[in-house]
Design a protein around this ligand. Structure first.
Ligand code: SF4
Ligand code: SF4
Ligand code: SF4
Length: 352
């Protein structure tokens, strides 16, 4: 009897050990899955959003794992995410540093180096351009996932921040399409250009604001993102256009030969958006009292952003042209008058 009881106890103990081991194995396999699941909802998001079906939970049909749990999952940490995008982040930061130095030093040579880098890297290599699609994204608050697009967000933040600080620096230095038209402008003979009467040009700049309102209203009403193809040519840097789109772009570039910065000045809805934002600009271009009558800078401005003593911040792209004249003691009447005055005062002091 005692022997039978001992065997029963031994059997129960063995059953408990086997049962415990199985439960422990399942808990152990569950634990990482549960904790990763809590932290990786958004990591899984791109695959899900790309329409990929979720992986089956287990290989139970293979008979290898009767519990049907994943054996292992890769945990993506912020350091992995940053490491994979570090080069891009560094290149965007370096590019912005170049643009800023060229702007602050008012260097013509550095400006063209920046424009070349803008076309090559921001345009053809990365296709980093602020697009009307991004304006749509802001309107519907549907933006790219931050952690997978860090370099693009850095670029976009710098574009907006520089606009708030100085005005449309993005248009003057950082937009690849604007860089193409500015380089065309510098290379093509000035005699090819057709100057429309100033009142017509000044009214025509409002076309882009009308286009911005129309295209955003169209998007809100239809959710049709593809409308961007008809209002901006930035797809050219991804070489992704259809034949009619390339024909339209060729016509636009041919027209740009004759009308300087045609698209940027009259048609670009992104330029219009940044123009509106520029109304908040902190550091504006200063003017001398002599600017009330002097027209030197007005004639030099290739963006028709100077009207008499006033600079139209919505049209100015901070190209530096007028600021170079502003600081030029040989060209700007303000300095010339000042020098004459100080010369006269020195002469009068010498005569006494
Ligand atoms: S106006 Fe448009 S195309 Fe021109 S530089 Fe600005 S954003 Fe680029
Ligand atoms: S040249 Fe000098 S005075 Fe004349 S508009 Fe320019 S900054 Fe003003
Ligand atoms: S020249 Fe015209 S576009 Fe350039 S910085 Fe002066 S006002 Fe702005």
């Amino acid at each position: 009897m005692r022997g039978a009881a001992a065997r029963l106890i031994l059997l129960l103990a063995l059953a408990a050990i086997v049962g415990r081991t199985t439960i422990d194995a399942r808990v152990a396999s569950l634990a990482p899955v549960a904790s990763e699941g809590a932290s990786q909802t958004s990591i899984a998001a791109p695959a899900e959003s790309a329409g990929q079906p979720a992986r089956p939970a287990a290989a139970s049909s293979s008979g290898q794992d009767p519990w049907g749990f994943e054996d292992e999952q890769t945990v993506e940490t912020w350091s992995d995410i940053l490491r994979s995008q570090a080069l891009n982040l560094a290149l965007v930061a370096s590019f912005f540093a170049l643009a800023l130095v060229s702007f602050l030093r008012r260097s013509v040579r550095l400006k063209y180096v920046t424009l070349a880098a803008t076309i090559g890297y921001m345009g053809f290599a990365k296709s980093y351009l602020i697009s009307i699609v991004n304006v749509f994204g802001v309107v519907k608050w549907d933006l790219p996932i931050v952690k997978y697009n860090l370099a693009w967000y850095l670029f976009a933040i710098l574009a907006v921040l520089s606009t708030l600080l100085w005005g449309r620096l993005y248009c003057g230095r950082m937009c690849a399409f604007g860089a193409v038209t500015q380089i065309m402008d510098a290379l093509l003979p000035a005699k090819l250009r057709v100057e429309a009467p100033a009142p017509i040009e000044r009214r025509a700049v409002w076309i882009k604001y009308g286009l911005l309102v129309a295209v955003v209203a169209y998007f809100v009403a239809t959710n049709d993102l593809l409308v961007y193809r008809y209002v901006e040519p930035f797809w050219m840097f991804g070489l992704s256009g259809t034949a009619p789109m390339w024909i339209g772009l060729s016509a636009l570039l041919i027209a740009t030969v004759f009308v300087r910065n045609l698209y940027c000045r009259f048609l670009c809805p992104v330029g219009a958006t940044l123009g509106l934002l520029s109304r908040l600009t902190v550091f504006r271009i200063k003017r001398w009292s002599e600017c009330r009558t002097c027209r030197i800078c007005e004639k030099a401005c290739e963006w028709d952003a100077i009207h008499g003593p006033t600079i139209d911040v919505m049209e100015c792209v901070r190209c530096d042209d007028c600021e170079r004249i502003y600081a030029d003691t040989e060209k700007c009447p303000h300095w010339i008058v000042l020098k004459r005055k100080s010369g006269r005062m020195a002469g009068a002091a010498g005569a006494r």
